[in-house]
Design a protein around this ligand. Structure first.
Ligand SMILES: [Zn+2]
Ligand SMILES: [Zn+2]
Length: 350
């Protein structure tokens, strides 16, 4: 059992094998499910409901106890309207961004059960958020969006101000399934402090790894994932047979997610994880390079996790065959690239 570092719940975080076993059926309608309502997202809620109210039983399947995403969003909107957080006449499009708790590309509207949704929303008050989590069973957590939607959550660079959303109610831990031809991993993210990644971006990253593998630059190699975030690229590189992967980030929430993701995926990666220093007392943004954890397979170290600035990491890493630099789109990676080009010709800016 893995305790959730955010809510402390025993069921919030599941081992990767459990998630992957169930994910392909997780959001499919069962044979008894009522048909998809197919609601127009611009139409005011009252018009969609034809004078009815919405509660936890609205369009609830009596067999699988799940509801269509549209109905869950309508229920959230009804609570927002009650609190005055949305104008009368608002449609579903104005509720916010729904993120399914276990994200993977699906081609159909999902059916949601208990705790299957984390909602990212602007203009929502804390008491409204608490009420949404209390009354809408499918909503696991409500995260307040702060600032411009285009601005990524996290830190641009170790010298910059962090941009964080605010967890208003419930828990914001959710996962995405990372997929390559060589296997799948489950990557958890505390979504109020970690960049929200959509399938297209994740697909692009996995393609980069596939290309490196084709070029013989992954299996048996030493790979640095220098701005690793929750660890998607680095952990996938371990799965794809890298000899050793060095994961590094200067953002403490990212490192805490990496540590969690090593635990979640340790069966798939066939590693034992050793935590070397507690992260709780560390600053939010790291500077000095600190080795916080190590993962090993037998007597071989397969992954090391460092907290600190990617420039300083170059002082403590001797061998490096490939360095991956995954910055925000608005960042200029040229200074960092120059530092790592002294170590290896294979510096890949994602
Ligand atoms: Zn949790
Ligand atoms: Zn059903």
């Amino acid at each position: 059992m893995i305790m959730c570092p955010t809510c402390g719940g025993p069921d919030c975080i599941r081992p990767a094998e459990d998630v992957l076993d169930s994910i392909y059926q997780m959001y499919m309608a069962c044979p008894e499910c009522p048909p998809e309502p197919g609601w127009d997202k611009q139409v005011p809620l009252a018009a969609l409901l034809h004078g009815e109210t919405v509660d936890e039983n609205t369009l609830l399947c009596s067999s699988c106890r799940r509801r269509p995403l549209d109905v869950v969003m309508a229920h959230v909107l009804a609570v927002m309207l009650e609190h005055g957080d949305r104008e009368e006449g608002a449609g579903l499009a104005l509720v916010g961004t729904p993120l399914i708790s276990c994200g993977f590309p699906i081609m159909y509207p999902p059916r949601l059960g208990h705790g299957d949704l984390v909602l990212i929303a602007g203009n929502v008050r804390p008491d409204t958020a608490v009420d949404i989590v209390d009354r809408v069973p499918e909503v696991k957590g409500v995260v307040l969006r702060v600032g411009d939607q285009a601005k990524s959550v996290g830190i641009l660079d170790s010298g910059s101000q962090p941009h964080e959303y605010i967890l208003l109610a419930g828990c914001d831990m959710r996962c995405d399934v990372a997929q390559t031809a060589l296997g799948e991993l489950v990557i958890y993210k505390s979504q109020s402090s970690i960049h929200i990644e959509f399938p297209r971006e994740s697909g692009h990253k996995m393609n980069v790894l596939g290309k490196l593998d084709m070029e013989g630059l992954l299996a048996g190699r030493v790979v640095v994932d220098g701005m690793c975030g929750p660890g998607t690229l680095g952990l996938m590189a371990v799965l794809m047979g890298a000899d050793k992967v060095i994961l590094n980030d200067a953002w403490r929430p990212a490192i805490e997610n990496v540590l969690l993701n090593l635990e979640v995926n340790k069966g798939l990666l066939d590693v034992e994880v050793e935590r070397l220093v507690p992260t709780g007392d560390m600053p939010l943004i790291g500077d000095e390079t600190v080795l916080v954890a190590r993962a090993s397979r037998g007597s071989n170290t397969t992954a090391e996790v460092y907290f600190g600035d990617i420039r300083r990491l170059a002082d403590v890493v001797d061998d490096c065959d490939v360095c991956l630099i995954d910055t925000f789109p608005t960042a200029d990676p040229s200074g960092i690239r120059d530092i790592w080009l002294k170590k290896t010709p294979n510096v890949i800016v994602i």
